[in-house]
Design a protein around this ligand. Structure first.
Ligand code: F6R
Length: 662
């Protein structure tokens, strides 16, 4: 049970909780440590990381306060540290943690950037932390994105001086970008670099495009602390969550120090801890291929992963793997366990084969809820199974958790308002209501600047556009509008890209639906890499509602409903939970509990359903890193999953979806 390397220095006792169940059980610390050049702690999820890091910060602050000293924190923005900030706010509100006497320095700021801008890191920090704690505003430092270009060097020097005057940074929080940047130290940043103006990498700008409503609006430059500034911090916590961070985490932790990957410089720092969730840890050797490091305990799960890896590595079907293949890849111990290569090959072949679930092996005449974070995740991620479940006469409810309104272009709003005006002009709808609405909409849109929050009328139009598309999409699957529910969870209704935390009102809505439908099975988005974390938050609301219904509490103090009844009358039989992954990535076949094949016609139908989401077609506002449209990604991904199975020597299907039973 010990794939957590280095549980020692600088980590609260909570880190000693059990390590990921998928790790090998006898892998020694030393073996992983030889390869991992940064102390790395793998925990289950984002919230767990938030608790660990916030606890460490709170301990530091409290100890220093007791000694009459100030604590100087280095802070980061981005989606990863938000959980830490929420936890610190909670500790401030409920546990008396005080930030009086705490001094903060943020890593970076876009340039040029007005402090009050919707996009500034200054605003991010005030909204997500400072306005909710008792910190003295004079103790907050964030590089000034509004200084004139000729004053930039002075501003950077002043920033460095201020850090030095504060006695240096005691504890620095870092995220990691897909380029491996820390702060905005993009590839090419040197070990000696200090606070300065830098050009942003194309990948970073594309990642930020979602927050700026388009890549064209993302600033090209930023002010950032340098690598040398960061490495002077006495203690560093670098955080990464989600499957999209797995390759860069592996590179930063196990790769050589390289000027092309700024995070590798942390290998030189004596007191850095990398906190990663399971998804982000997936490519670390101790998780992905631990048998290459040391003796392992070949659990059934590890056996499947090992054999699939070997088959892919040597390019042979599973049933053709030989003793020599195993021996040459440090896997003889697995053959020894089974006696012969044929025995282990056969076992894994059968295990994978048993995951394949055609229509006859899927639920029939059950009550099912498909929770879709945005309108379209349902058909994008589970269009294949949805059709089969309809054919199997299940009672299906598709619950759209958010309206997805921020992802509708303004030009689509104009088109629909024009449509209404045309109907009104022909007296088919009430002109009295259409004309003032149209005026209000056009007046606002004419003046709108990128990032402005839409007026409620436009938010509503965008919501309704997506609702109509969602109904149209499920109609392709053989469902009707009666099968759709639009939950409009409050956490999403900020009108902005930044969302509120999941709260009791969100959980109550999900719970009410569960109580009403009493499902046997629910589908939940289990992907962690959607650009704004909405999928993760939707899952959080569902998990909390299920926990309440099971009478187990939700373990999350902020979202717990004080009035939540746990009487047996209100409890439900626990539905089975199947996780799908959204548009961004698919479950590996080794992780999948079920693989659902699709014929050519079924894949075509699924794509037709995706086409119904017209506002997201051609070019979606939040496409992520991928140039392809959603339907193209789906087609490739589903065909790829089938091809993986084919190459392993199993049956040759046209396309496949994958599901994990939670
Ligand atoms: C933010 C910063 C960046 C981010 C990194 C990861 O102040 O300096 O290095 O930490 O881009 O961003 P997220 O957490 O959004 O994935």
């Amino acid at each position: 049970m010990i794939p957590v390397a280095h549980l020692d220095a600088g980590v609260s006792s909570e880190a000693r909780e059990p390590s990921p169940s998928r790790g090998p059980s006898r892998l020694t610390h030393t073996a992983a440590a030889q390869l991992e050049k940064i102390r790395t702690i793998v925990v289950d999820d984002h919230q767990h990381i938030a608790r660990l890091v916030a606890n460490r910060i709170a301990t530091l602050i409290t100890e220093k306060q007791a000694a009459g000293e100030r604590t100087t924190l280095g802070l980061a923005t981005g989606s990863t540290p938000i959980g830490v900030y929420r936890e610190l706010i909670r500790m401030h509100r409920h546990e008396g943690l005080s930030f009086r006497g705490v001094v903060t320095f943020n890593l970076d700021e876009y340039y040029p950037m007005r402090g009050e801008s919707f996009h500034s890191y200054r605003r991010f920090m005030w909204e997500n932390l400072f306005s909710q704690i008792d910190i003295d505003p004079r103790s907050v430092h964030i590089p000034k994105g509004e200084v004139a270009r000729e004053d930039v060097d002075d501003e950077c020097r002043r920033y460095e001086d201020a850090i030095a005057r504060a006695g240096g940074i005691d504890f620095q929080i870092l995220g990691i970008g897909k380029t491996g940047h820390i702060g905005f130290n993009e590839p090419g940043s040197g070990a000696e670099s200090r606070t300065r103006l830098v050009m942003l990498d194309a990948i970073t700008r594309r990642d930020a495009a979602a927050d700026f409503f388009g890549e064209d609006f993302v600033p090209r430059e930023a002010l950032t602390m340098g690598i040398a500034t960061i490495l002077e911090a006495r203690e560093i916590a670098i955080l990464a969550t989600g499957e999209h961070k797995a390759p860069i985490v592996q590179r930063a932790v196990e790769g050589e120090i390289d000027v092309e990957v700024a995070a590798t410089f942390l290998q030189r720092h004596p007191n850095t801890t990398f906190y990663v969730d399971r998804a982000a840890a997936a490519e670390l050797t101790r998780i992905a291929t631990p048998w290459l490091l040391d003796e392992v305990d070949w659990t059934p799960d590890l056996t499947v992963r090992g054999v699939v890896w070997l088959s892919q590595k040597v390019g042979k079907g599973i049933l053709k793997l030989t003793q020599r293949d195993y021996a040459e890849h440090k896997m003889s111990s697995l053959v020894a366990r089974y006696g012969t290569p044929g025995a282990v090959n056969g076992e894994v072949f059968n295990t994978l084969g048993a995951k394949i679930r055609g229509k006859s092996k899927l639920p029939r005449e059950k009550r099912i809820i498909c929770f879709s974070p945005h309108p379209d995740d349902d058909v994008i991620s589970m269009g294949g199974i949805l059709r089969k479940l309809v054919e199997n006469e299940n009672e299906i409810t598709v619950a759209y958790m958010t309206s997805g309104n921020i992802a509708v272009f303004d030009h689509d709003v104009r088109r629909y308002v024009d449509f209404l005006e045309r109907l009104a002009a022909e007296s088919k709808v009430e002109a009295n209501s259409v004309v003032p609405l149209a005026k209000k909409v056009y007046d606002f849109l004419d003046e709108k600047k990128a990032g402005d929050v839409d007026i409620p009328e436009i938010q509503d139009i965008k919501r309704v556009i997506r609702e109509a598309e969602a109904v149209s999409g499920i109609e392709v699957m053989g469902l009707t509008r009666e099968n759709a529910r639009f939950l409009n969870l409050p956490f999403y209704q900020t009108g902005k890209v930044a969302k509120d935390p999941i709260g009791p009102a969100d959980v109550a809505i999900v719970r009410k639906l569960l109580e009403e439908i009493r499902p046997d099975l629910i589908f939940v988005a289990g992907d962690l890499s959607d650009p704004h974390g909405t999928h993760r938050m939707c899952k959080e609301a569902i998990d909390a509602a299920l926990a309440q219904l099971r009478g187990t509490g939700d373990g999350r103090r902020e979202t717990e409903q004080p009035e939540a009844s746990t009487s047996s009358a209100s409890r439900l039989p626990s539905p089975e939970v199947w996780l799908y992954r959204g548009a961004w990535q698919e479950w590996p076949v080794t992780d999948a509990s079920y693989l659902v094949p699709m014929s050519q016609e079924e894949l075509r139908l699924k794509i037709q359903a995706i086409f119904k989401h017209q506002s997201q077609k051609d070019s979606a506002p939040f496409p992520g890193q991928d140039e392809r449209e959603f339907w193209q990604r789906v087609e490739h991904r589903n065909k790829d999953t089938a091809a993986v199975l084919d190459r392993l020597g199993l049956a040759e299907y046209f396309a496949m979806e994958a599901y994990v039973v939670d």
